[in-house]
Design a protein around this ligand. Sequence first.
Ligand SMILES: [Zn+2]
Length: 112
Amino acid sequence: MIIDTPGMREFGLWQGGEAIDEAFAEIDELATSCRFANCVHEHEPGCAVLVAIGEGRLPRERLKNRRKMEREAARTEGRRSPAERAEARRFAKMVRNISAETIARKSAESWR
Ligand SMILES: [Zn+2]
């Protein structure tokens, strides 16, 4: 749960929507099995994400954190350049392969 460390959360907010999609890729994977393409995983029938939470395959916190980060990202996304978006996407992919400790350090450096 790299994304749930405090430093990572702040870095994720800064990175924006693309980073969120990458970091929460398992939710997107589940969402492809939702009955409705526009499912927001709240109380829709046939929602695969809610089923996964109910069965303990996805921590409820993950969905909550994603919503929170999406709200934050929506506030800053409009000010982002295409280059910044691409960078956010590259970073997000990298995040999944390195340790939480490394992330925390990078996050701290970026805020200096
Ligand atoms: Zn759903």
